[in-house]
Design a protein around this ligand. Structure first.
Ligand SMILES: C[S@@+](CC[C@H](N)C(=O)[O-])C[C@H]1O[C@@H](n2cnc3c(N)ncnc32)[C@H](O)[C@@H]1O
Ligand SMILES: [Zn+2]
Length: 300
């Protein structure tokens, strides 16, 4: 197949900006993203009026005429009003680097194992509160054929997420008003982020699953120890709230330590809201504790 016939179905007519359609041009990030959104538009709904979308030049538009722009970097901005988040570009960038050091690799493997055990085929999955997208980008490598959507309220987070190479649909949106159709998702991932269980239940298919990851008692204990002189934290209220809304199927405790270099310690300090008000010491402890709880839950 020559390059022109390869490109034609990818680019299509919708979404393109009409510029630079030279045959030898590589498919741009925006065009690739446009194709992903266009092929999966049925799972989205307008965050203003809940009606379905159609692909339009430069973005998508609902039946009532609400138009949302596809950014040049290949993400959709579906947020109504100003974002409310304290997470900075620097935090997201440190988080991305910390992921690249592998500190969450055991978590990614464990979540992938849960999804594989669920037997869902080519699942639709949304990561609600995906931040800079490293978790979803890594999970994508484990889930052949999955159609994945990353949603975060922070444009800085999603801009960084859209630099990942994986074919993931990135959206700036509020997880309390997911721009997704009812019963459209097989999996909702909710990783170390706030939850909205009404929305999660609305978008999940009847046999869909929520995978929530929350800090365990000793998550980043070395940082807590230095800042607060205490090393534990209770997640009981968070678990109780989840239990009120969905039925817990599996509850996995994952605890491991990673050796800390000076560089990694700096990244960890920058990547967590724990250090927003106080800074721990510059000299790293020898190890960092990652204590995480993974909960798989279903709608009842
Ligand atoms: C601790 S970060 C975790 C990010 C990512 N899941 C990770 O593990 O790297 C919490 C994330 O939740 C996002 N967030 C907070 N409120 C949100 C909302 N209402 N809708 C969407 N995202 C939200 C923040 O912008 C931030 O990226
Ligand atoms: Zn609308």
């Amino acid at each position: 197949m020559d390059i022109k016939s390869k490109l034609a179905p990818l680019v299509g007519e919708l979404f393109t900006n009409g510029k630079g359609s030279g045959m030898s041009r590589a498919v741009s990030k925006k065009e690739r993203a446009a194709r992903e959104f266009r092929e999966n538009l049925q799972v989205y709904q307008c965050p203003i009026c809940s009606s379905a979308f159609l692909a339009k030049e430069g973005g998508i538009q609902c039946g009532s005429g609400h138009f949302f722009n596809l950014a040049r970097k290949g993400y959709l901005n579906l947020l109504m009003g100003a974002p409310s988040t304290h997470y900075s570009k620097d935090l997201f960038s440190a988080r991305k680097n910390a992921f690249a050091h592998g500190i969450y690799d055991p978590l990614v493997d464990q979540v992938a194992a849960l999804v594989e055990a669920s037997g869902l085929q080519r699942p639709y999955g949304v990561d609600a509160g995906c931040g800079e997208g490293s978790f979803l980008a890594r999970i994508q490598r484990h889930l052949a054929g999955a159609r994945l959507i990353g949603i975060d309220i922070s444009r800085d987070g999603i801009q960084l997420a859209s630099t990942h190479e994986q074919p993931i649909m990135w959206c700036v949106a509020d997880l309390a008003e997911l721009p997704l159709a009812a019963g459209s998702m097989d999996i909702v991932f909710n990783i170390l982020s706030p939850a909205n269980y009404d929305e999660f239940r609305r978008v999940l298919k009847p046999d869909g699953i929520l995978i929530k990851v929350l800090p365990g008692e000793e998550y980043l204990r070395e940082i807590r120890l230095q800042l607060e002189g205490i090393h534990s934290y209770s997640n009981q209220e968070v678990v109780a709230k989840l239990r009120e809304n969905l039925e817990i199927q599996r509850h996995v405790h994952l605890r491991y330590q990673v050796p800390l270099s000076m560089e990694l310690w700096q990244l960890v300090i920058e990547m967590t809201p724990l250090t927003w008000h106080r800074q721990p010491g510059a000299v790293p402890p020898s190890d960092l504790t990652l204590d995480l709880e993974l909960i798989e839950a279903r709608c009842v």
